[in-house]
Design a protein around this ligand. Structure first.
Ligand code: MF3
Ligand code: CO
Ligand code: CO
Length: 297
């Protein structure tokens, strides 16, 4: 595991509204489950659409030779253009507007000066704060062409995320999301990270519930209509054990084999779940439920 050089924090103009933690260092909003209806849900839809748009435009820039800092710079400008604050910038001291997690990095990779190489995979994780709400979404992109096992890891992680979302019904135990993800990942020969999960999100970036992606049968949380949370499994080709780098953020697999992640923010409806992190045309580079074929094992 080697780290590059991280540049200075990018400035944000004064008219962009910041989350409370940026100035105070403390999270003042509720960390209870976020339940959104009416105008609050409309504001959440907007924040999520902005996040999806930043992710789409960032992903288009992924290419051999591009640094993750360039992805951060471009994304930073897009957030500002769309009137949003990059939620990660100054969150618990995190210094950048995106997370970029390359190859064996599980999550929270910090954009730096290292160019992407052909055969790499990179997860870009975008969180936008606008109209008082956070929208959170990520996708894993391939750089040039990747080997077949790595391509399978990425495809399986994408499908696992969508399967987890498709399993959601109002009134159900939250653990059914994990039940849709973990056995599926194992059946394809991949493991699931256990120490990080999805999270409630809305006015608060990270709220209850903790959304496990591996089965925890003691989890008693029940899903209710209007709840907004993320589903964001990280799958690994080898070990699911990982270690934090000396930068205090970058989590990397202990065997350095690749890890992939996809993430959506969803709202629970009266019949299932709706993906909120879609662009104005209803699409997402992280995938949508219409690509899912549950008739296949
Ligand atoms: N976006 C990440 C998530 O999915 C959180 C990143 S927090 C940071 O929850 F500080 F690492 F950026
Ligand atoms: Co998240
Ligand atoms: Co995220």
């Amino acid at each position: 595991m080697t780290l590059g050089t991280v540049g200075p924090m990018r400035p944000v103009p004064g008219h962009i509204v910041r989350p409370d933690y940026v100035a105070s260092g403390r999270i003042g909003t509720s960390t209870e489950p976020q339940v959104l209806v009416g105008a609050a849900l409309d504001r959440m839809r907007h924040a999520c659409a902005v996040a999806a748009e930043v992710l789409r435009r960032s992903g288009e820039l992924v290419a051999v030779g591009v640094t993750t800092d360039l992805l951060d710079a471009a994304a930073h400008d897009t957030y500002l253009e769309l009137g949003a604050y990059p939620s990660t910038l100054g969150y618990r001291g995190y210094p950048k507007s995106l997370c970029t997690s390359v190859n064996g990095v599980v999550c929270h990779g910090i954009p730096d000066d290292r160019p992407l190489r052909g055969g790499d995979i990179v997860n870009i994780d975008v969180t936008a704060f606008v109209e008082g709400m956070h929208g959170d979404t990520s996708a894993t992109f391939v750089v040039g062409s990747v080997d077949e096992p790595t391509a399978a890891l990425v495809a399986t992680t994408r499908e696992a995320t969508l399967r987890g979302i498709a399993a959601i019904e109002p009134g159900m135990p939250l653990q059914r999301i994990a039940a849709a993800i973990e056995p599926f990942a194992h059946s394809r020969g991949f493991d699931v990270i256990r120490e990080y999960g999805g999270h409630g999100i809305g006015e608060t970036f990270h709220a209850a519930p903790h959304v496990y992606h591996h089965l925890v049968t003691t989890d008693r949380f029940v899903v209710e209509p209007g709840m907004t949370f993320t589903v964001e499994p990280m799958l690994t080709s080898g070990t699911a054990d990982f270690t934090r780098a000396p930068d205090g953020w970058t989590e990397h697999t202990d065997d350095d084999l690749p890890s992939a992640q996809f993430e959506h923010t969803v709202v629970v409806t009266d019949v299932g779940a709706e993906i909120l992190t879609v662009t104005a045309d209803g699409r997402s580079v992280a995938g949508t439920l219409d690509e899912l074929d549950l008739s296949r094992p």
